[in-house]
Design a binder for this molecule. Structure first.
Ligand code: NOJ
Length: 766
């Protein structure tokens, strides 16, 4: 019915309806899309066009009478191209109906949402997912997220977030894939594939939105929304690759970032949004601003009102999220000659193309099916996948005396603010999480051991022990603070600890202590948790620390004093079972760090792919070295390096060899290493290959990840793992931003992490 009304309004033939039904992105269908949109645009008034460029936030829609809400009124006037974060298919349906039936041309809305790491089935936070180094798993997580979100009417997700982050003070490190551009690019591609599937043909494939373009992760001092200032070399070599990879994978949209790039707010930076994104990389989708960033241009001291709107549009930004700046200003800007109709048309066309690609012109209700919403969300299958994937993301940092895995016998004390906590399980940006349905760690442990062992529980401490801080860091600002005194809580924990054979301490950050607007300067364990840990260690019993975190935290003291540490990030809805799977050895830990863990906040930024120095600190640093690059008070090396992670078994790397020590300018050589499981348990290993350019026109990093493979080995089993190296793998952006491989000497390295590598030399010939 709605389709008919739409097509009646724009007078499109039945033939076109059929052709639009399944857009295939060959040239022919592009032509059909162009013709369809040209015809539609001819009917649109300037105001209707500007309406398409407006993206107001979702509000609480009254389903029976959506027009009663402010958003409903905007939609009914034709003043919105879409909206975002509307929760539930019924509300989405009511709004879509309003757009399709109550506006002159009946153009359907696009519905976006921050589906960042799952919908109701929540996967680990992206930083955790990245630690799996498992592209299949990551693609699957995105696929399931798309299925669930689309079952609730969502056709557009504000993900993947691909900002490279080298500074864990920045809370949004949680939302990305860490510090490495190569791994980040692989993950960006996997996520786009997962969300968009077969080009959004099916009703469970949704459009991706790559964010935040660009460089947002390099905010000075790790303070959110802060200035970014960097060289073009660093942009092209270190920060741009994952955005570019996502674009090459076909991402349908891009979101600008809040920061300035070269002093110009990203949203209005023509060099960034048009020259780089569209002209250099060939992006042909649409660009949306991040929340109110056009409005914030005034605060950056660059432009306000109509000038800001005009600058953003002229830069190549198409849709205005939340600031109403396009809606309020573009008509006047046209009258005043600040923007041309052509510039408006270009943006409108891109927004309409996105809707066309999503199949919304054929069926505005393609994604709205109340029965799907009931049947396809938080299913057994999805939860099973989330549990398996979560278990792959945990990183075993230390396991002295093989405390882990625990045996399912005797008495196990489980203590800490995360032990019996549902609300903090999902992690940041879990809009549709239903924590009351999720199993706590305590329940996960109980289910895992059954009648074979006894799990004793005590909370032991609060997260911070300060009411105000506790509230900020709790989901929905609802504090789970226990009002008992610190001493009482510790005393209670010690009672259960004394009774137990082994103690598991579930500690770390609360869910909202990372994510947007959650920058921190002190990344050590909060004092009240440290006191509990010290008391537990003083019992002399073996202690396992589970570190819940949305970033690399500082575990220097713990690394020296706690026998076993498992970094578990925020594992999502199935955390309780997934952690139990690993702690009790049903699954061997296999995650590896995708961010460097510092010894001290003072070392930040610290990342493995730094440039070589004229005066590096000596390799086996024993103390301060004068006139060397180090600190007087802290060892300059990482506590745990990029790529690091232990297993319950051991892997040996032998027979590292190169097929040749010379590579022709158009040739290739192969590096091969043999990996053997020398322990007595099966396990997965992530084998890593790095290269280094030893003679380059601009100084090149001491190591760059270029290849990795995740392999499963049975006890005693060996596997040869190879890296086929071509000149393309040796390319970098030089001073003139040309992408070149320069002849000369190179190293290739292989190993289990970025530090424990063997290296071989070869020459790339002229
Ligand atoms: C602001 C955040 O920076 C961005 O990541 C998010 O997608 C939008 N708000 C929409 O919620």
């Amino acid at each position: 019915m709605y389709r008919n009304s739409f097509h009646k309004a724009i007078g499109v033939s039945a033939l076109c309806v059929m052709m639009c039904a399944a857009p295939v992105f060959a040239k022919d269908s592009d032509k059909k899309m162009d013709a369809f949109i040209t015809k539609l645009m001819k009917k649109m008034t300037l105001q209707e066009k500007i309406g398409q460029l407006n993206l107001p936030p979702g509000e609480d829609i009254v389903t029976g009478n959506p027009q009663a809400s402010n958003l409903g009124a905007i939609v009914a006037k034709g003043n919105a191209g879409g909206t975002f974060n509307v929760m539930g298919a019924e509300k989405v349906q009511a709004l879509q109906k309003l757009a399709v039936e109550n506006t002159r041309l009946g153009i359907p809305l696009i519905f976006g949402m921050d589906v960042i790491h799952g919908y109701e089935t929540v996967f680990p936070i992206p930083l955790g997912l990245s630690a799996s180094w498992d592209m299949e798993a990551i693609e699957k997580a995105a696929r399931i997220s798309a299925k669930e979100a689309s079952a609730a009417g969502i056709c557009w997700t504000f993900s993947p977030m691909v900002d490279i982050a080298r500074d864990p003070r920045w809370g949004r490190m949680a939302e990305g894939s860490g510090e490495d551009p190569y791994l980040g690019s692989e993950i960006a591609r996997a996520m786009v594939r997962g969300y968009q599937g077969d080009n959004m043909k099916k009703n469970d494939e949704i459009m991706a939105c790559v964010k935040h373009f660009a460089l947002y992760g390099a905010a000075e001092g790790g303070r959110d929304y802060n200035t970014v200032d960097m060289s073009r070399q660093s942009m092209y070599n270190n920060y741009f690759p994952p955005y570019k990879a996502a674009v090459e994978a076909g991402a349908g949209s891009v979101m600008t970032s809040f920061n300035t790039v070269d002093g110009i707010p990203a949203t209005a930076n023509k060099w960034l949004v048009t020259d780089v994104l569209r002209d250099q990389w060939g992006f042909d989708g649409f660009v949306v601003t991040d929340y109110e960033s056009i409005y914030e241009m005034a605060k950056h001291g660059v432009a306000k009102g109509a000038n800001a709107a005009a600058l953003a549009l002229k830069a190549g930004t198409d849709m205005d999220m939340s600031s109403h700046s396009f809606l309020d200003n573009l008509e006047t800007a046209v009258k005043d000659g600040k923007v041309s109709i052509d510039e408006i048309d270009t943006a409108v066309r891109r927004v309409l193309e996105a809707k066309y690609k999503l199949g919304l012109f054929d069926n505005p209700y393609k994604y709205i099916d109340l029965s799907r919403e009931k049947a396809e969300i938080y299913t057994e299958d999805n939860r099973k996948a989330a549990r398996e994937i979560a278990a792959k993301t945990f990183v075993l940092l230390k396991n002295e005396g093989n405390v882990l895995p625990l045996r399912k016998k005797g008495k196990i004390a489980l203590v800490g603010p995360m032990a019996d906590n549902q609300r903090d399980l999902p992690g940041t940006w879990s809009l549709m999480a239903r924590p009351s349905k999720y199993k706590t760690l305590l329940q996960g442990f109980k289910d895992a051991v059954g009648d074979n062992a006894e799990i004793l529980y005590a909370k032991g401490c609060n997260f911070y022990g300060d009411k105000r801080v506790e509230k900020w860091f709790s989901p929905y600002n609802a504090s789970v603070m226990d009002d008992r005194s610190e001493e009482n809580l510790i005393e209670e924990a010690l009672k259960v600890a004394q009774e137990a054979d082994v103690i598991v301490a579930a500690l770390g950050e609360g869910t909202q202590a990372s994510g947007e607007s959650a920058s921190r300067c002190d990344l050590t364990l909060p004092e009240t948790q440290k006191k509990l840990l010290e008391a537990l260690l003083a019992t002399g019993k073996p202690v396992v620390m589970l570190n819940f975190s949305g970033r690399a935290t500082v575990l220097d003291w713990e690394s020296k004093n706690v026998p076993a540490i498992l970094n578990v990030w925020f594992g999502g809805s199935e955390t309780g079972d997934a952690i139990a799977d690993v702690v009790f050895g049903d699954v061997s830990p296999s995650g590896k760090l995708t961010v460097t863990m510092p010894r001290s906040v003072g070392q930040i930024p610290i990342h493995y792919n730094h440039l070589p120095l004229g005066r590096p600190a000596g390799k086996d640093w024993k103390g301060f070295q004068v006139f060397r690059s180090n600190y007087i008070d802290v060892e300059p090396t990482p506590l745990y390096p990029f790529g690091y992670g232990l297993s319950y078994t051991d892997f040996d790397y032998t027979d590292f060899n190169l097929s040749s020590t010379e590579m022709e300018a158009d040739g290739e050589i192969t590096a091969t290493v043999t990996v053997t499981n020398t322990g007595d348990r099966a396990g997965d290993e992530i084998v890593q290959f790095y290269t280094r350019d030893l003679e380059a026109s601009t100084s090149q990093p001491v190591k760059l990840l270029k290849h990795f493979e995740r392999i499963s080995l049975k006890p005693g089993e060996s596997r040869k793992v190879s890296f086929r190296i071509t000149p393309d793998d040796l390319k970098f952006y030089n001073y003139n931003l040309e992408y070149v491989a320069e002849p000369g000497e190179f190293l290739v390295m292989a190993g289990p992490d970025s530090e424990r590598v063997s290296s071989l030399k070869f020459v790339l010939k002229e």
